[in-house]
Design a binder for this molecule. Structure first.
Ligand SMILES: O=C(O)CCC(=O)C(=O)O
Length: 236
């Protein structure tokens, strides 16, 4: 499998040298936890792990992507016109093997995001800790640009199911954990290598993944044309 375009997009980041900002607020903790309880009640029977397009399905998620702190920072980085390109809610149920391999959010076989015109966000709906599957990132890994994800191994099935491409040559040892309280979030350069482990606790871990884009950020390959969900600006 090869990238849809030959641009590596190596270079600096709108998110600075590390390529991420963490500990931001998208909601107050008690409200985030209330949303988590609703999601757990709704999905417990089927133990749904991934809910795509959460911002189109749940009012709270449509509000979450407009969180003033996140949107304000995103606009400062990529400009006044911002749309959501994609969201999904990820639920890690206790006792399930559900690790997400190292990957970069801005590249997959269908499209590539221009890192100067896009930002990824991860919103903690429950607390996210090192034992229930919080994100781990490799600071500065964005600077090398998009990596080749052609050498997948069998363990990548979870990532494939989610549309992420496992990168098994990632420098695992340099990972930094990003624990967050419910209601907190981090922003990431769309080239930043990140992953998460399975949840080894008795509770459910829930995170909302968001990709924000500015006009012209998406290079699609083939007929795929993402439907954007504009938040601000008029040039969509
Ligand atoms: O929620 C997780 O555990 C991982 C999410 C993630 O890395 C992603 O969706 O890009």
């Amino acid at each position: 499998m090869s990238r849809p375009a030959e641009i590596s997009y190596a270079g600096p980041s709108p998110l600075g040298e590390t390529g991420y900002r963490t500990g931001l607020d998208w909601n107050i903790g008690s409200r985030a936890r209330a949303r988590a309880s609703e999601m757990i009640a709704e999905h417990r029977a089927e133990q749904t792990e991934v809910v795509r397009d959460a911002h189109l399905r749940f009012d709270w998620a449509a509000h979450a992507v407009r969180s003033p702190e996140l949107l304000g920072r995103v606009k400062a980085m990529i400009g006044e016109s911002v749309a959501v390109e994609n969201t999904f809610l990820m639920l890690k149920w206790p006792g399930r093997d559900f690790a997400v391999p190292w990957h970069q959010d801005g590249t997959n076989p269908r499209m590539q995001l221009d890192p100067e015109r896009s930002v990824a966000a991860w919103l903690a709906v429950t607390d996210a800790t090192t034992v229930n599957g919080c994100l781990q990132v490799i600071p500065g890994s964005h600077a090398a640009g998009y990596l080749d994800y052609g050498r997948e191994e069998s363990g990548a099935t979870r990532g494939k199911a989610l549309g992420v491409q496992g990168m098994y040559n990632a420098p695992h040892g340099r990972g930094v954990w990003l624990p967050l309280n419910a209601g907190q979030a981090c922003l990431m350069d769309v080239r930043l290598l990140h992953r998460s482990d399975s949840n080894t606790t008795a509770g459910v871990r829930i995170g909302l993944n968001v990709r924000y884009v500015a006009p012209g950020a998406i290079r699609s390959s083939g007929p795929h044309s993402p439907s954007l969900y504009p938040l601000t600006g008029s040039d969509w």
